[in-house]
Design a protein around this ligand. Structure first.
Ligand code: RP5
Length: 195
């Protein structure tokens, strides 16, 4: 099927949602990747627990809008990705978030009790029949990249850009390795991490 190679940059084909504004600090990495590839996305807050009716409304809306992928991030008991997947046939990529509350006045209460394992298991352990593809804890950038790969099945132009992205990664590792070889590990580390 023929697709205008740039149609992914005009109309949002990807919906990014998150359970709380506090998730935006992590979720924005998915947006950064999509922006890098010139992919238009629409971003919203939908809470599975605080706005349960909005969740089913959003699933209908996403289908009406013709979204091809939904990236959903949530922390703690993290029902958002799974519940959205239950309401739609659109593929859902879940981002488990390690809840971090910067307003807590003690370090002890800044992080969720299970450090992201709670959300990882809530999102990945969906029952057979209602899958959510799950990335690592706080790995929103990977969710963005995976969404680009899904769109790449339809847009040859994106497949080319993904190839280029891989090439750049390769070159950047070689460059760092050359520097490490030249400086030696001790100097390399203190330069890189400014010890
Ligand atoms: C979840 O509860 C959200 O996805 C968020 O990660 C977590 C904490 O939310 P806030 O209390 O910061 O709004 O539903």
């Amino acid at each position: 099927m023929f697709h205008d190679p740039m149609s992914y940059s005009k109309k949002p084909l990807i919906g990014i949602i998150m359970g709380s504004s506090s998730d935006s600090k992590i979720m924005h990495s998915a947006a950064v990747i999509l922006d890098e590839f010139g992919i238009k996305h629409e971003d919203q807050i939908v809470s599975a627990h605080r706005t349960p009716t909005r969740l089913s409304d959003y699933a209908r809306y996403a289908e009406k809008e013709g979204f091809k992928v939904i990236i959903a991030g949530a922390g703690g008991s993290a029902h958002l990705p799974g519940m959205i997947a239950s309401h739609t046939v659109i593929p859902v990529i879940g981002v488990p978030i390690m809840v971090y509350n910067d307003k807590a006045n003690s370090e002890r209460f800044k992080f969720s009790a299970f450090g992201g394992l709670d959300s990882l298991l809530s999102i990945s352990e969906m029952p057979t029949g209602s899958p959510v593809v799950t990335v690592g804890v706080n790995k929103a950038a990977n969710a963005g990249l995976y969404a680009v790969k899904i769109l790449g099945n339809e847009f040859a132009d994106l497949r080319r850009k993904l190839g280029k992205y891989k090439e750049l990664q390769h070159k950047s590792v070689l460059k760092e390795s050359e520097e490490m070889k030249k400086l030696g590990l001790t100097k390399f580390t203190s330069k890189k991490f400014k010890k």
